[in-house]
Design a protein around this ligand. Structure first.
Ligand code: SF4
Ligand code: SF4
Length: 486
């Protein structure tokens, strides 16, 4: 007799009716009474078709049950339990076809910063330390920057556009090289018949009229690291002498937003203990400063740090995110813009049916280049020999990349296999895992409760939007370049 089990899923309510998100097919379905009853019955454990028929007779006559079971199996909500002795070999892990094109090359033009943000991974104890090369230079040279551009264009393969992101340290400390690099990249890309697109992340303290003009003229995408109103910004985002940076940053960002209109400019907020007031921060950054979008990320930190967010703090972040996501829903359903980028990004992934074998593009579509031209998994690992996968002159080390992909595949994270949030989370950030567990292959289990809570919020918003204004979802059908936001 066939025994049936439910596959990992999450049932939730939206627009007054039940839905389910299925991990195996990474899809959302509305549930009718019979399907809901079957999943509810299987929540108590596996059972046979006849046991189900007996329990569900009042809701679901026998013929309807078989139809429902067939449909649920087709969408991979349920599956027959295969006895161990007849179980076929576990399917082989599916790897991306390589050489996989690099869509985004993050060039760390400096590892220096004129701020001394207390929580910064670059200078804190959690920093990935270079153990093998006596440290990379403080500033990238023009020569290495040109090689990095050649690398980005070459490794972008058949992609029509190579995305280059400048990162640091504080990128504008090396504006001279950055400016020359943009000109060189345009020239080289034109010779190769390719497009090239630029963005950068900055703390905004060094913006001048000349730099703003350059960014605007060159249509360079800008993300500003900023934590909110004066009291919150000044808590951790301080100069080396301890002075808060708000009064320097705010007017410069306003000048940037007034001049640079060709691309939406976003803020990136690091949430820390005591800086958790997401909605107040959002309102300040959009309404008083004028940012188009704001994205939030909890600080990466070991538990003992003063700025680490504890369990209660993460519950607060979730409650704040939920409230802001509902504001986003009301605005977007009514055809208005709302700049809470975390919800937009997750809804885009849900809508595209994304099922990740890896949590992010690091080491695959996105790589980080250190100031001496070594290529690492991403910008956060730039400069670390242990996470190096090539160099700008020799290209991606395909053996190292393959070894990385094999060791980090979602199928090798046992804790994640029964988790409904697996298609979207895939174990979480490697850098976070390295900081927490000293091991990039480790799933970020300290975040599971938060990830599942946030995924639930986004699923409800998604289903509600699908009912109220499905046309909005069509905008989620294209994927942009991978962006380093942290
Ligand atoms: S890290 Fe946690 S939330 Fe993420 S997929 Fe694994 S078990 Fe799920
Ligand atoms: S999620 Fe983590 S590992 Fe991935 S690109 Fe971002 S910082 Fe790097």
């Amino acid at each position: 007799m066939t025994v049936i089990e439910a596959r990992p899923h999450h049932r939730f309510e939206a627009a007054g009716r039940p839905f389910v998100y299925l991990a195996d097919s990474a899809s959302v379905f509305g549930l009718d009474d019979a399907a809901e009853a079957v999943l509810a019955a299987l929540a108590g454990g596996r059972c046979s078709r006849d046991e189900l028929a007996e329990r569900l007779t009042p809701v679901c006559p026998a013929e309807a049950l078989d139809e429902t079971l067939a449909e649920l199996e087709r969408v991979r909500a349920i599956a027959p339990v295969v006895p161990t002795e007849t179980r076929p070999d576990r399917p082989k892990k599916v790897f991306p076809l390589t050489p996989f094109p690099v869509s985004t090359t993050v060039i760390n033009v400096t590892n220096q910063c004129n701020l001394g943000c207390t929580y910064c991974y670059e200078y804190g104890d959690d920093r990935i330390v270079d153990t093998g090369r006596n440290g990379a230079p403080k500033f990238m040279t023009e020569e290495t920057a040109r090689q990095s551009v050649d690398f980005a264009l070459r490794e972008s393969g058949s992609n029509p556009v190579a995305h280059i992101t400048f990162f640091g340290g504080e990128t504008l400390l090396n504006f001279r090289v950055l400016k020359k690099t943009v000109a060189y990249a345009r020239e080289r890309a034109a010779m190769l018949g390719k497009g090239v697109d630029f963005s950068l992340t900055t703390n905004a303290t060094l913006l001048t009229d000349e730099i703003i003009e350059f960014l605007a003229e060159n249509e360079i995408g800008v993300t500003v690291s900023m934590d909110g109103p004066r009291d919150l910004q000044n808590r951790f985002r301080v100069f080396h002498d301890g002075r808060g940076s708000y009064d320097v940053v705010a007017p410069k960002v306003k000048a940037l937003l007034a001049r640079h209109r060709s691309r939406p400019i976003g803020a990136r907020v690091t949430l820390t203990a005591g800086v958790l007031d997401v909605r107040r921060i959002y309102r300040h950054l959009t309404e008083e400063i004028g940012f188009h979008e704001v994205g939030f990320a909890p600080v990466t930190s070991k538990d003992a740090r003063a700025w680490a967010i504890d369990g209660t703090g993460m519950e607060r972040v979730l409650a704040e995110f939920r409230a802001l996501a509902l504001e986003w829903l009301e605005a977007v359903a009514a055809g208005r813009h709302h700049g809470f980028s975390n919800v937009r990004e997750t809804l885009q992934e849900i809508h595209q049916g994304m099922s990740k074998a890896y949590p992010c593009g690091a080491g695959l579509g996105l790589v980080g280049v250190s100031t001496d031209g070594q290529v690492a998994l991403c910008h956060r690992f730039a400069g670390s020999d242990a996470h190096r996968i090539g160099s700008v002159d020799t290209g991606i080390d395909r053996v190292a990349q393959r070894e990385f992909l094999e060791r980090h595949h979602i199928d090798d994270k046992p804790d994640c296999q029964s988790c409904f949030a697996r298609p979207l989370c895939a174990g979480g950030c490697y850098h976070e895992a390295h900081t927490r567990y000293g091991d990039t292959t480790h799933a970020n289990l300290h975040f599971c409760r938060w990830v599942r809570g946030w995924t639930d919020v986004c699923l409800r918003v998604y289903a509600e939007l699908a009912e109220r204004n499905p046309a909005v979802l069509a905008r989620f059908e294209t994927t942009g370049a991978a962006e380093p936001v942290s």
